[in-house]
Every structure is written in structure tokens, then in C-alpha cells.
Design a protein around this ligand. Structure first.
Ligand code: ADE
Ligand code: ZN
Length: 337
């Protein structure tokens, strides 16, 4: 059955590290993991909040050491994404999480790029790369990271902001975002995942971002919602992540339907699919089943993903993807990928 074509706009490449690959890389690189086997590792995926996830997540990154590791990780993600109808992917990476362990940004970018260069031919997926700053590190560290990225800017489309949100407002990164903009990079930021709606405002008004990653808590501020609707600012929501990190109690209670009804430009994404129970197509299926979104709402989410994608350099391609979404025929039990 044909699959609903979609773009994935909120995906951390380090969050696609499946336990099997983690153990294979650990053996190859002589890294000892504090888990007996893949089953023991999976059992540890019981998170109480964002920080409890980040602690495990940064720890497991110890297995990623060489260009080949990053290439293999990225290629494995692209294969899974292609099998679930992803036609375009904008992929985050966290250079500071690797440079802190002695793995230079060149290793990370070159490794990921090797897989991205072959992506269209091998997987039928066009791609963009987004470099994120860790918001619980200093503003100076972010500036040094941007400096270190300068030889690789031809491979990087945008900057983002991720990691522990509470207590680390977007305004902390005003300077580095201004510098990134001056270098021609586009701008996104995680905001309103655990942090307040005020952080979404700061990301828009102080950092000048074009998209908000998550934006879940925007609904707490009606004036902000009005602004987001008026400017049609895309939100890259991650419903499965929100459940696993306890931002919402259950998927059935996720505000996605209310957000769509309010006129927000919503997309759904998998965030860290190896940890949160599903890739892009799984996410579409989950919101269909748990939230009762009908076929036309699913089509809207797929259209939105391409409308919000950084495809301005190739509007023909965007139009082609949108036409594919419009032509998609749902069956009674839709294959959402
Ligand atoms: N890094 C990886 N996943 C993240 C998330 N959901 N929020 C913030 N930082 C992250
Ligand atoms: Zn994220």
C-alpha cells in the first residue's frame, strides 16, 4: 500500500541510536556500557522527565566515536524513515555532546554527511542538517561551537537549541543566534516543551526563529497563540516524546487536536525515536488512533510538514511533495507508514 508522504522536521540523530547498534558500536570501539544487554538497556527507558532522559541519552553517546559510527547511525535512521513514508528529513545533531568527549565536530559532520550525500539515491529522502546548541551549557560555549562549525557551514542549514530547558531561556543565546543569522544560517529552537510559553515568545522575538520545536505550552498564552496563528509559525510537535517525558499524562490527552483547531501550523515528529517508541509513521498512526484524527487531518499534518520544511531553495521539490500528499488515497485502514 502506498504510504502517506511526510517530512520529519524534529529528529535528533543521536536519538535514533537503537540498543542493538549501541552494543555493536560499544564492542567495536572498546566502550563498556553499564547495561548487561539490549534488553536491560531498554528496561532503563522509563523516564520521569526531560532530565532523566537526557542523563541516559548523553551517557549512551559514549559509543559514537568515528566518522563510520555517525555514518552508520544516520544511514540506519534514513532506512527506517524511508520505510515509514518520510520523503524529506531535517536532522539535528549536538556537537557539544561529542566535543566534550573528545570527538571533534569534523568527525560528526563528515560522518553524518557521508550518509546524507547518498540519501536521495539510496533512500529517496532529501535532507537538511541542523546544528543544535546545548542550552544548559554556557553562551560562550555556544559561540565557540559556532566558530568550530565554520569550516562545515556548507553542510549546515540552520541552528537549533536543545537539552534541559527549565532555567535556560532563549535570551541566553541572543548573541550566538545573531551571529548565526549573519552567517546565513536559518534558526529554530526548542521552546515550550518543559519551559513556559514565555520561552516561546523569547525564541520568536529575541532569537528570531522561523520554527518552534515543540511549542506544546504555547496554549497557556492566548495572545501568543494569536501571534503564532497570524504568522503561521510552524510548531514541530512530538506527541510520543511528550508522553514518555511526562509533559502530558497520556497520548489521549495531548492537545494536538485543539492546537490544530486553533489554526496553529502543527507538524508531528518523532524527536528521539529509538527511545520514545516510534518513528515518523508510527507517530502518525498513534495520533490517528489515540486522538481520533481523521484522514483529512492527517493529510493536513503531512502537508504542513512540507510547508514548514526548509525547501525554499527548491520550491519545485516542495510542490512535488505536496502534490504527492494531495494524491494520496487513504484506505479504510490507512497505511500511515
Ligand atoms: N535532545 C534530544 N531530545 C530532546 C528533547 N526532547 N528536548 C530537549 N533536548 C533534547
Ligand atoms: Zn527535540
Amino acid at each position: 500500500m502506498q504510504q502517506l508522504p511526510k517530512a520529519e522536521l524534529h529528529l535528533h540523530i543521536e536519538g535514533t541510536l537503537e540498543p542493538e547498534l549501541a552494543f555493536a558500536l560499544a564492542a567495536r570501539n572498546g566502550v563498556e556500557l553499564p547495561y548487561a544487554d539490549t534488553e536491560a538497556l531498554r528496561k532503563a527507558y522509563l523516564f520521569s522527565d526531560l532530565q532523566s532522559f537526557l542523563d541516559l541519552y548523553y551517557g549512551l553517546m559514549a559509543v559514537l566515536r568515528t566518522e563510520e559510527d555517525f555514518e552508520e547511525l544516520t544511514d540506519a535512521y534514513l532506512a527506517r524513515a524511508a520505510a515509514q513514508g518520510v520523503r524529506h528529513a531535517e536532522i539535528f545533531f549536538d556537537p557539544q555532546a561529542h566535543s566534550a568527549r573528545g570527538v571533534p565536530i569534523a568527525t560528526v559532520v563528515e560522518g553524518i554527511s557521508r550518509a546524507l550525500e547518498r540519501s536521495e539515491q539510496r533512500h529517496g529522502i532529501s535532507t537538511q542538517l541542523i546544528m543544535c546548541f546545548l542550552r544548559d551549557e554556557s553562551a560562550d560555549s555556544a559561540i565557540r561551537t559556532l566558530e568550530a562549525a565554520k569550516p562545515h557551514l556548507h553542510r549546515i542549514a540552520a541552528v537549533g537549541l536543545d537539552s534541559a530547558e527549565a532555567g535556560h531561556p532563549p535570551s541566553k543565546f541572543r548573541e550566538v543566534y545573531a551571529a548565526a543569522g549573519a552567517l546565513g544560517l536559518r534558526k529554530v529552537a526548542h521552546a515550550g516543551e518543559e519551559g513556559p510559553a514565555a520561552y516561546v515568545r523569547e525564541a520568536l522575538d529575541i532569537l528570531g526563529v522561523e520554527r518552534i520545536d515543540h511549542g506544546l505550552r504555547s496554549m497557556e498564552d492566548p495572545e501568543l497563540v494569536e501571534q503564532l496563528v497570524r504568522d503561521q509559525v510552524p510548531l514541530t510537535l512530538c506527541p510520543l516524546s511528550n508522553v514518555r517525558l511526562r509533559a502530558v499524562d497520556t497520548l489521549e490527552e495531548h492537545p494536538l487536536p485543539q492546537m490544530m483547531a486553533a489554526g496553529l501550523l502543527c507538524t508531528v515528529n518523532s524527536d528521539d525515536p529509538a527511545y520514545f517508541g516510534g518513528y515518523a509513521g508510527d507517530t502518525f498512526r498513534a495520533v490517528h488512533e489515540a486522538l481520533g484524527l481523521g484522514h483529512e487531518e492527517l493529510r493536513t499534518l503531512a502537508r504542513n510538514s512540507f510547508l514548514a520544511a526548509f525547501l525554499d531553495h527548491d520550491e519545485e521539490r516542495r510542490a512535488r511533495y505536496l502534490a504527492e500528499v494531495d494524491a494520496y488515497e487513504f484506505e479504510s485502514d490507512p497505511d500511515l507508514g
